[in-house]
Design a protein around this ligand. Structure first.
Ligand code: PNS
Length: 160
């Protein structure tokens, strides 16, 4: 039986920290679904379809393994998608205790809902300070985001 994991998130936009976690997940599971999910608690910068395209291009550019697929999900629970694709695990990146506090309740609820476990992975500490919200802010104010995001994302944001 092959192991399938889902790496969910807003990815608005995808960062080097996200790619690091996706790459690590791809080394642990047979199949990894990167799932772009609308988070109503956040004000979106990019349409979901654009986020998907940027992740797909970044995965190609960075030479990540071929066992990664990118999808989006807007209807129903995240665990419904997991059930649909046979994933028994969610993967989340943990940068600090703040992330642990944010992720733990969701992990418990997702386990209670459908028995889907959450695996926390530590990204390279070089990415510990990187977040999409910081990238959105720096980009909106005309700053250079290229140290924090894949080249395709930096180029895209520069044209906005
Ligand atoms: O990158 P983000 O914004 O921190 O990702 C949060 C996300 C999208 C993973 C979270 O909002 C989520 O899981 N949404 C799906 C809705 C859902 O299933 N909620 C109930 C269980 S927590």
């Amino acid at each position: 039986m092959s192991s399938v994991a889902v790496v969910p998130g807003s990815f608005d936009p995808v960062t080097l920290g996200h790619l690091d976690v996706i790459s690590r997940a791809a080394g642990l599971f047979d199949e990894v679904h990167v799932l772009v999910v609308h988070n109503p608690a956040k004000t979106a910068l990019l349409p979901i379809s654009q986020r998907v395209r940027l992740i797909e291009q970044a995965i190609l550019d960075e030479g990540l393994p071929g066992n990664i697929v990118v999808n989006s999900w807007s209807v129903g629970l995240l665990v419904d998608y997991c059930t649909d694709v046979g994933a028994r695990a969610l993967v989340k990146g943990i940068r600090s205790q703040v992330d642990v506090a944010y992720e733990t309740p969701m992990a418990i609820v997702n386990r209670n809902l459908a028995g889907v476990e959450t695996v926390f992975l530590l990204p390279d500490p070089a990415h510990a300070h990187v977040s999409s919200s910081l990238v959105r802010q720096v980009s909106a104010l005309g700053g250079d985001v290229s140290p924090y995001v894949p080249t395709v994302v930096a180029d895209f944001l520069n044209t906005q």
